[in-house]
Design a protein around this ligand. Sequence first.
Ligand code: CU
Length: 332
Amino acid sequence: MKKKYCLLSFIIFIALLVPITTHSVQAHGGREVGNLNVVVGFGTEPAYEGILNTVELIITSTNPIEAHSKDNNDQESHSSGIDLNAHGNIFASTLIDTGQSFSYEIPEELNNLSIPYHDHMNHKITGTIHVKDGSDSNQIKVMIHSDSVMPDEVTVTPGTTITWKNYDNESHAITSGVMPTPVNKYSPVTGLSDKLEVELTHKNSKRSTVLSLSEDPGNVGKYTSNFVPTDTGIYQIRIFGIIDNIEINEIFVSEGDGGNFDDVTSQDSIQFPNTTSSNRELQNALTGISNSAEQALNSINGFRPILIISLIISIVGAVAGLSALSIILFKK
Ligand SMILES: [Cu+2]
């Protein structure tokens, strides 16, 4: 019993850990804005106070790049107007269980074309059908094994029936076209530098500035704006503008406020060999000095009446002393 609870709590522990670890992998925060994916952060992280940095936006379209690029198509497929690479465009079997078969008769319109196909259940299994008038066979059998089809290339004349038979103990599904590439590549969106602006806010001081963006010429879809952070702590990046008549107004916050990009930290930890004060610290120190000088002046001002009174007393004393002296001298 105890062991079971132990295992259960371990599983719960791991399950709780998963979202935390996947979260921390992301350095920047990506967000879907309309049909854009926007990643916002500082170009250099960790971001140090007093060191040149950039506000960085990476903008991609959430419409995935087409699974099969047109360049892969044969010349012939353009002229025929049939997309041979499209998934299941020409034929697609249902699940073929062990010992079962799937047949397809090659129509005339595929003459002089090559049709790629794959096993939808096991992407390693691929084959090609070349269609050519005058090839002798009109019945072709292809064997499905665990990791391949045999033969993987066949040349057939239009009207031929191809039969795939499953000799494996797993199910397979024969599908024309190429396997789509995973839908995780987004195309970068270019030309937004005059449509988007960035407002940078330092949270503690509540001070903001608006920065204009420029697109990285060697890296389309990446927009940056230079700035030198002159204070530490939490920053907020608001992007705003109008793209395709859609108003964009999104706020991203740094880590200290639960966001996905770094707060700005003091550069003390990376200074060598001497540690120098930042402009902010110097300014604070100067403000401190002028404050205490002012205080000193103020306190002198507070003493002024006493000074005047003591001055009067001393003048009166001096006059009294002098007149007493003159009286004594005159008496003689
Ligand atoms: Cu497939």
